[in-house]
Write a protein that binds this ligand. Sequence first.
Ligand SMILES: CC(C)(COP(=O)(O)OP(=O)(O)OC[C@H]1O[C@@H](n2cnc3c(N)ncnc32)[C@H](O)[C@@H]1OP(=O)(O)O)[C@@H](O)C(=O)NCCC(=O)NCCS
Length: 199
Amino acid sequence: MTHAEVATAPRLAPPPLPVRTERLLLRYITAADLDALRYYMDPEVCRYLPFPPADEAALADRVARMAERLAPSEPDDVLALAVVHDGVLVGDVMLRLRTRTDDQSPPSVAEVGWAFAPAYAGRGFATEAARALIALAFDHYPLHRLYANLDPRNERSAALCKRLGMTLEAHLRQDWPEADGTWSDSAVYGLLREEWARG
Ligand SMILES: CC(C)(COP(=O)(O)OP(=O)(O)OC[C@H]1O[C@@H](n2cnc3c(N)ncnc32)[C@H](O)[C@@H]1OP(=O)(O)O)[C@@H](O)C(=O)NCCC(=O)NCCS
């Protein structure tokens, strides 16, 4: 191999979708989901998300980006999925590929995230969808570890991580810069493949 022919990791296949669970369907997001994703305009939903509540332009931009991320393969590629119950989009979950050991290897660490419409909170939909996302992540991608990064004040998200069997691994002090110039803490919850496989 010459210098010009530097080996790169082969592209990963698209995940097998849709995924069905007892009550939910996880599928790709499309531009037609824009109205259902209006919860990203709700200040309460966005209170602990790393971006402000969307206005119309930001929502359109966000949905367009969610809809185009179909086959993650490289670090920072995202898989964004709509969570549908009885034909209604109730939330979304995302998987962001992160670290890999070298240029020839696929990512082996990924981040998970979630947001649900307040009208559908408290029914276990986020738990059921996140479990399905984690199963998809470990079944389809050669991942060693998943993690969630959240504001420790986000009690509902922290409770969700615990229901998912994730371990609180770190509490980082004042590592997130807020728009108003203050700093927020971050919590890291992790799940290793071997822990997930043990159930
Ligand atoms: C984080 C978030 C997804 C959690 O939502 P949630 O409604 O608390 O989670 P679930 O849908 O899994 O529901 C769990 C609740 O339903 C109850 N429940 C009812 N039926 C259930 C079932 N079949 N399975 C599991 N739980 C069930 C649980 O007991 C729990 O109740 P509790 O809140 O009184 O303890 C939601 O708060 C959210 O979207 N927040 C805004 C966005 C955000 O902050 N995202 C995270 C950024 S890190």
